[in-house]
Design a protein around this ligand. Structure first.
Ligand code: NAD
Ligand code: TDX
Length: 362
């Protein structure tokens, strides 16, 4: 399925007003000739400001819609007649899933089911060459595999063993997506990716929380001992991987995507503080590292994630390009230069306080 094929291609991006989705929408508008329909409910995590850079394009359409609403979703398939779906819409924050799992079940499981059914109905009615080219890319996470000890890597055949309501809901959706291919023949592909970072990430995840807490002069919260390990991937590298899998991937297959960039949380926090010390020195002249504060651990906190991404590297020729050092510098600079975007993202319901644990320990 080639997005820049001779005829005009129309793609859906669910969750296109979120962090990764908006990076994908910006990429597709700037680097391809496709028409792009962003479908997003605009929860707390989504904002049209993140797709504003491409909003002027006459190939971009925005639809505020809930993927769990079957009649609305069916109507979108009828009206736009898409050739492909990138499915990213989700409730995505582990800590929020601990406080309130219901929205995760509704969007990640029921929403994915609703979208798969609508896509199946649409695909069944396509004429044969378009039906053959149609693709549904279900975007998921490495968290479905559970946690690793100090050794080993997640591979595509690693058994699922989720630890949080978030990862259990994503695992459930992954199973549904694969089954819609095996049972009904819908041309589904699945990707499981490691932790992303970069511009436009909602300030509830580790990296934007650390940047904003640091420059606000607040304690920087590190869960537990700070020794948990994540495998970090710059968001633009993820977007390239998604396009590669959409265009070159084999239907029915799963591709793990990772940064080959394992870091302990404390090392990530130190790296951010060091860039800030260089680029935005604190008024008191101390290092931002002085603000690091160890707080109560996350319940069910997975110890280590690390992706073996050799399948996508060897079969599809993708590999991560951005180094952590340059990616984190770009990210810190972006947040420093986009305080308005950050302010707009925060409100009376959430203002960088601790989530997913007893509030008295924040
Ligand atoms: P995000 O929270 O920044 O964005 C999610 C978007 O989905 C938001 O714009 C939100 O408004 C929208 N949305 C939520 N519920 C919806 C619904 N019912 N209908 C329509 N839209 C809805 O998330 P993200 O970090 O960009 O993650 C995108 C996808 O990638 C998710 O599926 C996530 O599980 C997956 N993923 C994320 C990471 C990561 O590190 N952030 C890593 C691997 C996989
Ligand atoms: O304030 C914090 N302090 C802290 O120490 C926060 C928000 C997090 N942490 C720790 C917990 C994790 O070990 O940092 C690590 C990263 O935490 P998050 O940014 O919440 O990400 P994580 O839980 O690893 O999940 C992310 O990667 C996989 C995304 O949020 C998921 O959507 C994705 O699927």
């Amino acid at each position: 399925m080639y997005i820049n094929s001779g005829s005009q291609t129309t793609v859906f991006v669910t969750g296109g007003a979120g962090f990764i989705g908006s990076a994908l929408v910006r990429h597709l508008i700037r680097k391809t000739s496709a028409s792009v329909v962003t479908i997003d409910k605009l929860t707390y995590a989504g904002t049209r400001a993140s797709i504003e850079p491409v909003a002027h394009s006459d190939r971009h359409y925005f639809e505020q819609a809930d993927i769990a609403n079957a009649s609305v979703v069916n109507d979108l398939f009828d009206r736009y007649d898409p050739d492909a779906v990138f499915h990213l819409a989700a409730e995505s924050h582990v800590d929020r899933s601990i406080d309130g799992p219901a929205a995760f079940i509704e969007t990640n499981i029921l929403g994915s089911y609703t979208l798969l059914e609508a896509a199946r109905e649409h695909w069944r009615d396509l004429e044969s060459s378009r039906a053959e080219d149609f693709r549904f890319l279900h975007v998921s996470t490495d968290e479905v595999y559970g946690e690793l000890g100090d050794e080993g890597y997640f591979r595509e055949d690693t058994p699922y063993d989720p630890s949080s309501p978030y990862s259990a809901s994503k695992a459930s959706a992954d199973h549904l997506a694969r089954v819609w291919q095996r049972t009904y023949g819908l041309p589904v592909l699945v990707t499981n990716c490691s932790n992303n970072y970069g511009p436009y990430q909602y300030p509830e995840k580790l990296i934007p929380v650390v940047i904003l807490k640091a420059i606000d002069g607040e304690p920087i919260p590190v869960y537990g001992t700070g020794e948990n390990v994540r495998d970090w991937l710059y968001v633009e590298d993820h977007v390239r991987a998604l396009r590669t899998v959409m265009e070159e991937g084999t239907v029915g297959e799963t591709y793990n995507i990772g940064g080959r960039c394992e870091k302990q949380n404390l090392d990530v926090v130190h790296a951010i503080c060091d860039v800030l010390d260089e680029e935005y020195s604190a008024p008191h002249g101390n290092s931002y590292r002085d603000q690091i504060t160890f707080v109560e651990d996350r319940p069910g906190h997975d110890w280590r994630y690390a992706i073996d991404c050799s399948k996508i590297e060897e079969e599809l020729g993708w590999s991560p390009k951005e180094s952590f050092e340059s990616g984190i510098r770009k990210t810190v600079r972006w947040y420093l230069n986009h305080r308005d975007w950050c302010r707009a993202a925060l409100d009376e319901t959430y203002d960088l306080e601790r989530l997913g644990a007893d509030k008295t320990d924040a």
